[in-house]
Design a protein around this ligand. Structure first.
Ligand SMILES: Cc1cc2nc3c(=O)[nH]c(=O)nc-3n(C[C@H](O)[C@H](O)[C@H](O)COP(=O)(O)O)c2cc1C
Length: 173
C-alpha cells in the first residue's frame, strides 16, 4: 500500500518493537511521534501508543488522516479487558487494535516508580480471591519484569491493511 506510515510513541520500548515489526512487514516508513512533522502525504497512518494510566495520548494529531489505524499497548489482557473507555477517547474513524506490552520495574522513571508503588498499595488491599487477572498482572509488574510482546499480535493489523488494499484495487477496476 502506498502513502502509508507507522508512527509510534514508546517510553520503554514495547510499542517501538511492535511499530518496527509492522513497518518491516508492510515495507513502509516509520517515525517516532515527536519527530513527525508533515503528514499530508500519508493517506493511511498506523499510530501506536502505550496505555499509561488508562490514557492514550497524541491521537488527535491524526484527525485529518484519511485512514487511521491505532494500536494501543498495555499490560492488561485485551481478550478479557474492557477497553471501551479508552476507545471512546480516540478519533471515531480509527480502527483500533489492542496489543500487550512489557514492563521492567527496574527501568521505570522515578515518577513512574512512585506511581507503581502507589498502585501496588492499592492493589494489594484487594483479597487475592477477588483480584482479577489484570490486577495480578499489574501486581506482578510492580516487583518483577513481565513481557507479553508477541510478533504474531501484529497479524490482525496486517490483515486489516491487506483488506483495505484489496478494497482500493477493486474500486479502481
Ligand atoms: C506509569 C504507567 C502506567 C501504566 N498504566 C497502564 C494502564 O493503565 N493500563 C495498561 O494496560 N498498562 C499500563 N501500563 C503498562 C504499559 O502500557 C506497558 O508497560 C507498555 O508496554 C509501555 O509501552 P512502551 O514500552 O512502549 O513504553 C502502565 C505503565 C506505566 C509505566
Amino acid at each position: 500500500m502506498k502513502n502509508i506510515a507507522v508512527i509510534y510513541k514508546s517510553k520503554y520500548g514495547a510499542t517501538k518493537k511492535y511499530a518496527e515489526w509492522l513497518a518491516n512487514e508492510l515495507a513502509c516508513p516509520i517515525f517516532e511521534f515527536s519527530k513527525t512533522k508533515d503528514l499530508s502525504k500519508y493517506e493511511t497512518v498506523i499510530y501506536g501508543c502505550p496505555i499509561l494510566a488508562d490514557t492514550i495520548s497524541g491521537a488527535k494529531k491524526f484527525a485529518t488522516i484519511k485512514t487511521l489505524i491505532i494500536f494501543t499497548v498495555g499490560l492488561r489482557n485485551p481478550s478479557t479487558s474492557n477497553y471501551e473507555a479508552i476507545t471512546k477517547t480516540l478519533p471515531a474513524k480509527a480502527k483500533v487494535f489492542h496489543l500487550r506490552g512489557a514492563l521492567n520495574p527496574a527501568n521505570l522513571s522515578p515518577l513512574h516508580k512512585l506511581g507503581f508503588k502507589f498502585l501496588k498499595n492499592v492493589l494489594s488491599k484487594t483479597p487475592i480471591e477477588n483480584q482479577t487477572e489484570d490486577d495480578k498482572t499489574l501486581l506482578d509488574a510492580c516487583t518483577k519484569k513481565v513481557d507479553f510482546t508477541d510478533k504474531s499480535a501484529i497479524l490482525p493489523i496486517v490483515k486489516h491493511i491487506k483488506e483495505l488494499e484489496k478494497a482500493i484495487s477493486v474500486d479502481k477496476l
